[in-house]
Design a protein around this ligand. Sequence first.
Ligand SMILES: Nc1nc2c(ncn2[C@@H]2O[C@H](COP(=O)(O)OP(=O)(O)OP(=O)(O)O)[C@@H](O)[C@H]2O)c(=O)[nH]1
Ligand SMILES: [Mg+2]
Length: 238
Amino acid sequence: MAKKKGVIRAQNIVIFGAMGAGKSSLINLIADQNIAKTGSNLQRCTLTWTKYVLPRLFNNELQYNIFDTMGIENPELELEPVEYHRSIKNASQLLRELDECGGTSLLVYCVQKGRDGGALRSNYQLFREVLYQRRVPVVMVVTGLEDEEVMEKWWERNRTALEASEIVVEGHACVTTLKNEAKYEASKEAVRELIQRYAAVMPVLGGWKKGEGRISAFMRRISLRQPNPEDKRLQDKG
Ligand SMILES: Nc1nc2c(ncn2[C@@H]2O[C@H](COP(=O)(O)OP(=O)(O)OP(=O)(O)O)[C@@H](O)[C@H]2O)c(=O)[nH]1
Ligand SMILES: [Mg+2]
């Protein structure tokens, strides 16, 4: 089929995870430049997002749009009604924007060593199951591993706990995002490879209109319930 002139083909990638997990640092690692603001951000999580456009990430004609999102930190704590409604509205706007950009190719779950906020499963469920009903591939990137002799060991120690929490991902990378670390280049390559390998060639539409009902049902469910016993603690605390 002939290419339409002037149309930029793009892949949309959504980074999600708890507050402070290293999502923005991960975007800087992928881009190999400081484009996303990092550091403590005291805003409450109401599912807002920032879109970063990377026109030439790989040696191909695709543009990569990376969406840096703010997930739900403590879903077990009751959300203020105004935050609850804002979260639902923001999530459906995110879906709408992703649909308008052509659909989503990959979900990247960002987790940081030693920071288990207890929302591990809820964040996964929200993005993987509620927004996309398991139709978009999901991978995990674990940050903060510069002190591990072999970063991959984190995965070996924690994979059982993740599986017990029913967090299943297609692929993973164990990394550090810190530029002055010796493992920085290897981390960048590992994450870039993960994106190339797992991003769906056919992007998936979230159906934002239908999405609103699903999102509000999920938010209602998590704001009413006690901590999820299936949300297993990761072994790493260091
Ligand atoms: N040691 C270490 N610190 C990291 C790493 N990645 C991120 N950090 C630090 O973790 C903190 C949070 O990183 P951010 O990238 O801002 O995390 P975020 O998920 O975007 O945070 P919010 O946007 O607030 O949800 C910062 O102080 C980062 O410097 C890493 O690989 N190693
Ligand atoms: Mg951030």
